[in-house]
Design a protein around this ligand. Structure first.
Ligand SMILES: NC(=O)c1ccc[n+]([C@@H]2O[C@H](COP(=O)([O-])OP(=O)(O)OC[C@H]3O[C@@H](n4cnc5c(N)ncnc54)[C@H](O)[C@@H]3O)[C@@H](O)[C@H]2O)c1
Length: 364
């Protein structure tokens, strides 16, 4: 007997919804039926484009067929929408971050536990072939024992390309909450949980001017740090340095490098699923590009949803878990708090490293 696909409803029909709305073409174990948004015009436009049904949030939550709600709303609405979905008896998969505050995230996790439901969370890029190859190389000892990680996202902010960039400079956003989840999720899945952190943060430009259309010339008052630097001590011993910023002249420069006792690994941009992965062992003169081990190399957002759906059917833990996403959220807050309090902080949260994804995992 074949296992029926898990029925999925999507809430939030904005920018990122297009890639998710096509996920059931790639992953046969999910079936996306409905899309909702507080802005019905958006829900209708996306439903028509991708052959789904547009409904209100209430109607989507009342549909007994829908087992998983994929929550693609803005970060400030993540908790509210997730709590409603859990109340309605649905498993939830949130876009990142899990929530904007620890309290909201804790409430979500407690409710899910009480109701026997799952919470999954983006990013799922760590399940892509690029970062999975890094994971396998590290686990196999290719760089020896990890010692140091450098994780840097350098950018010139969002106002030169995003049509409505003000929210990036308001509470709940900023470079760490927006881009940090990719880097921190990669680091935790490669090196294990973090234990202690230290941070420095500042607002370099208190006012920004939009240069993209249609709001060109409008000014944004910056309310959150736009240069956030963190130091991390991992439980297994490695140290890391992470920078996330909107304040450089670089438009988009990602870096993730892990140094070990026997060599170093250049990881791909953790906001992507593919490569390149480069290895330089002790004594090597040059970096060597390594073959990718895994099949997900494109913009395969939705992989985490499909993996959670498979885990629901086979009653095993899923990989892009609330525990992992909560640890990431805790770290992001701790960098800012450490900067405000000018002291190191010990984290209250931890998490287990999710198992590597089987190389041929297809969701079928
Ligand atoms: N845009 C990207 O490139 C990108 C990439 C990765 C992750 N994300 C994440 O995806 C999420 C959505 O980003 P986006 O760029 O699509 O944003 P967006 O602003 O384009 O879309 C968000 C949508 O959510 C709807 N919404 C807001 N509150 C709601 C509520 N309470 N109930 C129902 N609908 C509600 C809005 O009407 C809007 O259509 C964010 O968490 C973001 O961090 C975005």
């Amino acid at each position: 007997m074949t296992t029926p696909p898990v029925t999925v409803g999507i809430i939030g029909a904005g920018n990122i919804s297009s890639v998710y709305l096509q996920a059931d073409r790639k992953f046969a174990n999910i079936r996306i039926t409905k899309v909702a948004d507080i802005d019905m015009a958006r829900a209708r436009a996306q439903a028509e484009k991708f052959g789904k049904q547009a409904v209100t949030v209430e109607d989507l939550l009342a549909d007994p067929e829908i087992e998983v709600v994929v929550n693609l709303t803005v970060p400030q609405a993540h908790a509210e929408v997730a709590l409603k979905a859990l109340e309605a008896g649905k498993h939830v998969y949130n876009e990142k971050p899990l929530a904007t505050t620890r309290q909201d995230a804790q409430q979500m996790i407690a409710l899910a536990q009480q109701k026997g439901l799952r919470i999954g969370c983006a990013p799922d890029t760590f399940l892509g072939a690029g970062l999975q190859t890094c994971r396998r190389l590290i686990d196999e000892g290719a760089i020896g024992k990890p010692v140091l990680a450098l994780a840097h996202f350098l950018s010139a902010g969002m106002e030169w390309w995003h049509p409505n960039p003000a929210f990036f400079y308001k509470p709940g956003a900023g470079p760490m909450f927006d881009m940090g989840p990719y880097y921190l999720t990669a680091l935790i899945t490669l090196l294990g949980p973090a234990q202690q952190v230290s941070g420095m943060a500042r607002i370099t430009y208190p006012e920004r001017v939009i240069t993209s259309e249609p709001l060109r010339g409008q000014r944004i008052q910056v309310e959150v740090p736009t240069l956030v630097i963190g130091l991390i001590a991992f439980a297994e011993g490695a140290l890391a340095h992470i920078t996330t910023t909107f304040d450089t002249s670089e438009k988009y420069t990602p870096q993730l490098t892990i140094y070990g006792t026997e060599g170093a690994l250049q990881c791909p941009d953790p906001n992507t699923f593919g490569g390149p992965v480069r290895l330089k062992r002790k004594g090597d003169e040059h970096w060597r590009e390594m073959p990718l081990r895994g099949r997900w190399v494109e913009n395969d957002r939705g992989l985490g949803v499909a993996e959670m759906a498979a885990a629901i059917r086979s009653q095993r833990p899923h990989r892009a878990s609330a525990e992992l996403a909560y640890h990431v959220l805790d770290l992001m807050h701790a960098f800012h708090e450490s900067a405000e309090q000018t002291r190191h902080l010990t984290l209250a949260s931890t998490c287990a490293r999710p198992e590597p994804l089987p190389e041929d995992w297809s969701g079928a």
